[in-house]
Design a binder for this molecule. Structure first.
Ligand code: PGA
Length: 249
């Protein structure tokens, strides 16, 4: 059975005090959820404080990134071991905003993935095409390449825990979403690409949809066979909306 997951990517939003408040609201609401794992990814500055808030709940902590080096003279970076040491369980890697604005390549991501696993963090690995690529019908090739160049380097054991997120760039923060059929089509394709390398294990991989997922459209998208939850940006900043999405299975 695949895990159903709803993960909130807060991006560069909220002050620490606002983040703590949001986390407390989520803890108060999470008792109403069945069979869905909630993950939240606040900014680095909030992680410790928020871990104190969610520590006894079933909400798991994620970071939005980690360094591609172990330690040392890398100004401004935060290592996977630092994140693990404060109770972080997941790390979002390969988000399109990181690929686009911070020039993250498959080479960087391979290093980050290895360090994440070495420190016991579970990656949420993001793939997805931009508008031009979708319009040119290249979305399958783009996603396949992003998986082959990084996920194919994992050991079988590492692959067992990996979470994948499909996030069409044209749908992120734009109010546009992939239709549920578009989502199912590419999620099934991603699972096929994973199956080519890892066989039947890919049946157990949670593949999340991301891109303007909201309480109003989550149910339709999550109803699809190969959609195992969502990676939520904007709507993760409002506790009631995030929990409503998590109730949409
Ligand atoms: P969005 O962001 O829900 O605001 O579109 C999704 C994401 O980038 O994770």
């Amino acid at each position: 059975m695949r895990k159903q997951i709803v993960a909130g990517n807060w991006k560069m939003n909220t002050t620490p005090a606002e983040g703590v408040k949001l986390a407390k609201e989520l803890v108060a609401l999470e008792g109403s959820l069945n069979n869905v794992s909630l993950i939240i990814a606040p900014p680095y500055t909030h992680l410790s404080m928020i871990q104190d808030v969610i520590g006894k709940s079933s909400i798991a902590l994620s970071s939005q990134n980690c360094a591609d080096e172990v330690k040392g003279a890398y100004t401004g970076e935060v290592s996977a071991s630092m994140l693990a040491s404060i109770g972080t369980e997941y790390v979002i890697l390969g988000h399109s905003e990181r690929r686009q604005y911070y020039s993250e390549t498959s080479e960087t991501l391979n290093k980050k993935m290895a360090l994440a696993y070495a420190n016991g963090l579970t990656p949420i690995y993001c793939v997805g095409e931009n508008k031009e690529e979708r319009e040119a019908g290249r979305h399958f090739d783009v996603c396949r390449k992003q998986i082959e160049e990084v996920v194919y380097n994992l050991t079988e054991e590492q692959f067992d825990t990996l979470v994948v997120a499909y996030e069409p760039i044209w749908a992120i923060g734009t109010g546009l979403t992939a239709s549920s059929d578009q989502a199912q089509e590419i999620h099934a394709f991603i699972r096929e690409v994973l199956t080519s390398k890892f066989g039947a294990k890919a049946e157990n991989t949670s593949i999340l949809y991301g891109g303007s997922c909201k309480p109003g459209n989550a149910q339709e998208i999550f109803s699809k066979k190969d959609v195992d939850g969502g990676l939520i940006g904007g709507a993760a900043l409002v506790a009631e909306d995030f929990v409503a999405i998590a109730k949409s299975f």
